[in-house]
Design a protein around this ligand. Structure first.
Ligand code: ATP
Ligand code: MG
Length: 454
């Protein structure tokens, strides 16, 4: 028997809500947050929640200690409580069981009113929810998004590891920018300008050449894009990888295809409860093979939807969305690789497809691809130009001076294997996998042109 004058946790160890049904007719010690309170005169219900679920507990005038029974009168939602009680069968409870409170102790009382509505209806607007994100994530459905995201990181990490990749961490304060310069955030670095990394591109190539052959990184990416869309942020989490000794850019696509099939197959084992809560079945998304179509074929398909593009133009967001619909209809796939983008719209370091060795590819394109998932780009990749002289020439063709990129050029001057790689947005993968409207739903504390806090 437990004496309530002693600290409770010393005498009886905590039971998590998910394990309660293993303790039928036993006394348990619960710790958690109060989700809801229903105060009737002789019976009081306290819905309690921990990280594993929620549970009905109840206090009865006759069976609950008098102090505890009285404390429930002034109890506020989201307060932290400890409960000692008996697990009982109850057919009428949603869980089939409930906990009869013997003792309830308020550990930390929550102020009222709450700034967000954490009830199941959850009517608070996403902006306000993010203003008070730590309260918002107490909602188990919202928390589930981040638990799934965490398992995506785990499964991708295991997959990279199993395929001989080394996890690297590269600087986020940098002088080297190779994507569009307009998207750089400048930082005052002891009076000198530096930039927040907008891609680990150069560094991952550096360490393929550094003898690791295969490297990957999960890290922050900063883009000064003043875009107000449901898929762009100014800071996001990139999943970047690079692999050496490839024979062709299609090898990189093969790897990504295996990576995604593995992810969709294993996610239900890792996060079954969370996926159920979110109403998502990743197995139903599983492709046997991801269709691959060239950008010019895609443009022809889009003609049927009345979309027209110039030969050197990339697809816009509307085109990607429509293409997603066409591909789903035509190939029954939620995923599609778009390949061979025009040299004009791609960075100078991508390998061209129309050199002497690759006559079979169309002229004016690079050995590049994007992966679209339900009509949104989630990944871009390519084979990189590893031949120093051609790399220099391509820089010049894009009006860049290779002599100002000495650290980059050097990587290719002392023995660089043919290589390629890709970059994903972890936020977008999570968003699209869970069918979320806005990428902000999949990011704990998003940053966009308007949002700098919390
Ligand atoms: P988009 O055309 O959608 O703006 P991008 O082609 O500029 O994307 P890449 O440079 O190819 O983006 O970046 C690789 C991946 O990083 C993208 O496929 C996407 O998943 C993710 N990503 C890029 N920009 C953002 C952003 N601003 N916010 C969130 N994720 C992004
Ligand atoms: Mg891209």
């Amino acid at each position: 028997m437990v004496s309530t004058s002693m600290p409770q946790s010393i005498l009886i160890s905590r039971t998590l809500i998910k394990d309660l049904s293993d303790h039928l007719d036993q006394e348990v010690f619960l710790q958690g947050w109060v989700q809801d309170i229903r105060n009737l005169s002789k019976i009081k219900f306290v819905l309690i929640r921990d990280r594993t679920g929620d549970m009905q507990t109840l206090a009865l005038a006759k069976e609950t200690e008098a102090d505890s029974f009285a404390a429930i009168n002034t109890l506020t939602p989201e307060s932290v409580v400890e409960i000692i009680g008996m697990v009982k069968k109850n057919k009428e409870s949603r869980w089939g069981i409930e906990v009869l409170i013997k003792n309830l102790k308020v550990i930390s009382s929550a102020a009222t009113p709450l700034p967000v509505d954490n009830s199941e209806k959850g009517l608070t607007h996403i902006d306000k929810r993010i203003d008070h994100r730590f309260l918002d994530t107490r909602n188990l459905k919202h928390q589930a998004i981040f638990k799934v995201r965490s398992k995506i990181v785990k499964l991708l990490t295991l997959f990279f590891d199993a395929n001989g990749f080394t996890n690297i961490h590269t600087p986020k304060l940098t002088k080297i920018g190779v994507e569009s310069g307009a998207e750089l955030f400048q930082v005052n670095y002891f009076g000198k300008p530096m930039y927040l990394a907008q891609s680990p591109q150069v560094y991952k190539q550096m360490f393929v050449s550094g003898g690791f052959e295969r490297v990957y990184e999960f890290g922050p990416i900063f883009r000064a894009e003043k875009s107000h869309t449901t898929r762009h942020l100014t800071e996001f989490t990139g999943v970047d990888f690079e692999m050496g000794f490839i024979s062709d850019y299609t090898e990189v696509m093969d790897f990504i295809e295996r990576m995604f099939i593995n992810l969709l197959e294993k996610l239900p084992q890792e996060a079954g409860e969370e996926l159920k809560l979110l109403g998502v079945n990743t197995l139903s998304l599983l492709p046997q093979k991801i269709p691959r179509i060239t950008l010019s074929e895609a443009k022809k398909l889009l003609l049927s939807k009345g979309k027209t593009y110039a030969p050197d133009e990339d697809l816009d967001a509307e085109g990607e969305k429509l293409l997603g619909e066409i591909v789903k209809e035509k190939y029954g796939s939620e995923f599609v690789f778009l390949t061979l983008f025009p040299w004009k719209v791609k960075p100078f370091y991508q390998m061209k497809g129309d050199d002497a060795v690759n006559k079979k590819l169309a002229v004016g394109v690079t050995k590049s691809f994007d992966l679209l998932f339900n009509g949104v780009e989630i990944c871009s990749g390519s084979q990189r130009e590893h031949r120093y002289e051609i790399w220099r020439a391509q820089a010049k063709e894009k009006s860049l001076n290779p002599d100002t990129m000495k650290e980059y050029g050097e990587i290719l001057q002392y023995g660089a294997p043919p290589h390629g790689g890709a970059g994903f947005g972890l936020d977008r993968i999570t968003q699209k996998l869970l069918g979320l409207e806005n990428v902000r739903e999949a990011v704990l504390l998003p940053r966009d042109p308007e949002r700098m806090t919390p």
